[in-house]
Each structure stands twice: as structure tokens, then as C-alpha cells.
Design a protein around this ligand. Structure first.
Ligand code: RM4
Ligand code: MN
Length: 415
């Protein structure tokens, strides 16, 4: 299946050959910079992807699903074990509440991963029916803010850089609450969180067009998030959840704009056909993912120093969870590899010359390249199996957790 899986990137200059015209396969030896970027790429996994999930109609329980944050971290470590590029796992508080976060961090280290972004949760308490930090009631606002500040306490222990803020706040009916006052309340809370952040910590403000609020969301779009982030301070950045836009939205344009103004904190990757479907990233529209990754590459945003967090935010309702995550990581890698293969020089030349079709062809050539052999080579070079899905299946881990995880309460939304 992987023809070049045994070759390494250390091949000598003389062995390097340019791919023939019209080649549809990328060659590892002729793309050392691409290989280096792919090796360095880091994708963060969401702890909640390993728990049970579903829709408002039904949550299907799967065998072997983690009962504790410790087991979620153990499963996430498997994804890293077979992909080599997913060394951190994001926590969701209180879903992943433990008595001792330092102990959980040690458990992660022992498993070969680390704890990443802390996701706050101010959307699952009865008090939050009319909102959290935007609630008209000051007591509820204070309660929500206290939770956000407590999340920063957790970050101090886990060593996490990022606090992710997603607010379900909004209204369902015109006139229900004052739109502008709610923005002021939001700004007040964000300022307080910003003031609490340590020197190396950041807050990422996520936006979402609708749901669970249907008339107004208090952070419905990237413009609102951007305005609030700028007001809050330099440690506040926008996070783009790819499932949180109106159909047809040009997400790569948003990404380009945020990168240009140094306000892109990161991504919550997933894919969607209709609304916030939370499907595996790159499954519904791999071309869109490529276009997004191109803008990242174009801005130099793959460099770690740039601070763009590449996170998954998905739910595997009907597919097995660990393989679902492995597949998602691979999909991000494939889009990234294609984006890296865009011939920047040829593209610039075509663009400057007003060569519309030529420029588009350069772009499409990269997209139409089969990068799977290249990625297989990168994996071999990292000491990994070239086929992560197959290697995981052969490892027996999936069978083991089904046999071992008997009894207890499986993790899921709200657990
Ligand atoms: C929200 C949002 C957040 C995620 C939760 C689970 O829709 O995308 O990022 O933490 O879902
Ligand atoms: Mn999200």
C-alpha cells in the first residue's frame, strides 16, 4: 500500500528527483521542508471525544468507553502512539474534574502525553438558563466568572497555556434582554479573566452562530469575538470552530484576516454538513480544510512560535472513538501536507501576472496530490507504523478496554 515506506528523508541530493509533470504523488525526498513541517505539527485531542456522545435524540453507549478522566487520557495517548503528532489532550471542566490535577498531569506524562487546553463549561447548570457571564442576574454572572477563574487555577497546576471560552449565552426572543448590555457584561467578565492570566497564559474566545440560543448568541461570529478580544487585551485570541458558521461561510477568509491581525488563537476542528455536526474533520469537505490550512501555511502559522493551537473538537456518535480520532488527525495531516505543497513561487508569479487559470491550477495541483505515501514515509521516519489505523487495530488495545472497562459510569456529555 505504501510504496515508499522504507525510504527515509535522509536520501542524498543525487537521489532526489523532481516529480514528472502531472505527477499526482508527493515524494518525501524532494520535499525536505514539507517533511520537516509535517514532523513538527502538533494536533490537540479533546478528552470528550473519547466519551459517549450523541444527539438530543439518543446517546449510544459504546463498549470500552472511559469512565474517568484518567481513562480518557489513556485513550488519547493511543492516538499519539500511532500518529506521533497528537501529544496533548484538552480537558473540559467540570466533565474532567479530578481531586488532584497534578496527579492527572503525571498520569498523562507517564502515558506519553500532556494536558493541554482547559475548556470551561458555563452551559450546563440550571442557573445558566438565561446565560452565564451575560446573564441579567449579577449573582449568576459572578458564579460563571468564578468558574472561569477556577479554570485558570487548574491551568496553573496542569501547566496549560490556553483557556478556551465558549458561551452558550444568548436570547431566544426579540426584546428578551438588552443586546448591548449583554456585550458590556461579557466585556467585564473577559477583562477579569484576562487580568487573572499568567504571563504565558492565553484565553481563546470561541464564537458560534446559533444554538442553544436561537435569536441572538452573545458571541455569534468572529467579528464579535475579535472586538471583545481586542478590548480584553493581548492575551485574548479568537478560536475558530469550523462547525460554527452559517452554511457557505468562507472560513479561510476569516482565518486569513485573524492571522493578519495576530488574533487567531487556534482551531476547533470538526466538519459539518448542516449545523454544528461535530463530525470528523475533513470528512465532509476536505477541500475546505485544505483551503484553511493553506492560509495558515501562507501566514507562517504552522510555526510553534506563532501560537496557533490546532485542536480537534468532535463527537464520535456512531464510529469507534479512538480510530475516529486517529482518522481525524490523519485528515488534518493530509490537508496540511497539501497546503505545504502549494508552489508559492509559481502561485505568486501567476497571481502577479493576472493569470487566473494558471494560479488556480497551481492551487489545485497541490490539492490533487496524493500525499498519503509522503505521510507514510514521515511516520516511518518517526519510527511509527506507516498505517496508524491498521496499527491501532492490530495493537489489541480496543479489545482490551472492552474487556477491562466493565462496570462504572461511562463518560459522556455531562459526566
Ligand atoms: C461547544 C463548543 C466548545 C466545546 C463544547 C463541547 O459547542 O464547540 O468548544 O467545548 O461544544
Ligand atoms: Mn468548539
Amino acid at each position: 500500500m505504501h510504496r515508499r515506506a522504507t525510504r527515509t528523508i535522509e536520501a542524498s541530493e543525487s537521489e532526489r528527483t523532481d516529480p514528472p509533470d502531472g505527477a499526482t504523488e508527493a515524494d518525501v525526498t524532494s520535499n525536505p521542508a514539507v517533511v520537516a513541517a509535517l514532523r513538527a505539527q502538533r494536533i490537540e485531542l479533546p478528552s470528550w471525544a473519547f466519551g459517549n456522545s450523541g444527539t438530543r435524540f439518543k446517546v449510544f453507549a459504546q463498549k470500552g468507553v472511559p469512565r474517568t478522566p484518567y481513562e480518557k487520557v489513556a485513550d488519547a495517548a493511543q492516538v499519539h502512539r500511532f500518529t506521533g503528532v497528537a501529544p496533548s489532550v484538552a480537558l473540559h471542566i467540570p466533565w474532567d474534574r479530578v481531586d488532584d490535577y497534578a496527579d492527572l498531569a503525571r498520569h498523562a506524562t507517564d502515558a506519553g502525553v500532556s494536558l493541554g487546553t482547559i475548556n470551561s463549561n458555563v452551559f450546563q447548570d440550571d442557573d445558566y438558563m438565561l446565560g452565564s457571564v451575560c446573564n441579567p442576574n449579577a449573582r449568576v454572572r459572578r458564579k460563571a466568572l468564578d468558574h472561569l477563574l477556577a479554570c485558570v487555577d487548574v491551568m496553573d497546576v496542569t501547566g496549560s497555556r490556553d483557556l478556551k471560552l465558549w458561551f452558550s449565552d444568548g436570547t431566544n426572543y426579540p426584546g428578551q434582554d438588552d443586546i448591548r448590555n449583554r456585550q458590556d457584561r461579557l466585556a467585564e467578565a473577559l477583562a477579569a479573566v484576562h487580568a487573572r492570566l499568567g504571563a504565558d497564559q492565553r484565553m481563546l474566545l470561541e464564537y458560534k452562530l446559533f444554538e442553544p440560543s436561537f435569536y441572538t448568541m452573545d458571541v455569534p461570529d468572529w467579528g464579535t469575538s475579535y472586538i471583545q478580544c481586542v478590548a480584553a487585551g493581548p492575551k485574548a485570541k479568537v478560536v475558530v470552530d469550523t462547525g460554527h458558521h452559517a452554511p457557505g461561510t468562507n472560513i479561510e477568509f476569516i482565518v486569513a484576516s485573524l492571522l493578519r491581525t495576530d488574533r487567531l488563537g487556534g482551531f476547533d476542528f470538526n466538519s459539518r454538513f448542516y449545523a454544528d455536526d461535530d463530525l470528523m474533520v475533513g470528512s465532509a469537505d476536505p477541500f475546505q480544510l485544505f483551503r484553511i490550512m493553506y492560509e495558515v501555511v501562507r501566514a507562517g502559522g504552522l510555526d510553534e512560535g506563532y501560537g496557533v493551537a490546532f485542536m480537534l473538537d468532535q463527537c464520535h456518535n456512531i464510529e469507534p472513538k479512538i480510530p475516529g480520532q486517529i482518522r481525524s488527525v490523519m485528515n488534518v495531516q493530509e490537508a496540511t501536507a497539501k497546503a505545504l505543497l502549494v508552489d508559492a513561487e509559481a502561485l505568486a508569479k501567476a497571481q502577479e501576472g493576472g493569470d487566473v487559470l494558471g494560479a488556480n491550477a497551481v492551487f489545485m495541483d497541490a490539492y490533487n496530490t496524493d500525499v498519503r505515501p509522503l505521510l507514510a514515509d514521515v511516520r516511518v521516519d518517526l519510527g511509527l507504523d506507516p498505517d496508524p489505523m491498521g496499527a491501532y487495530a492490530r495493537s489489541g488495545y480496543g479489545d482490551r478496554i472492552v474487556a477491562e472497562r466493565v462496570g462504572g459510569q461511562q463518560a459522556g456529555w455531562g459526566a
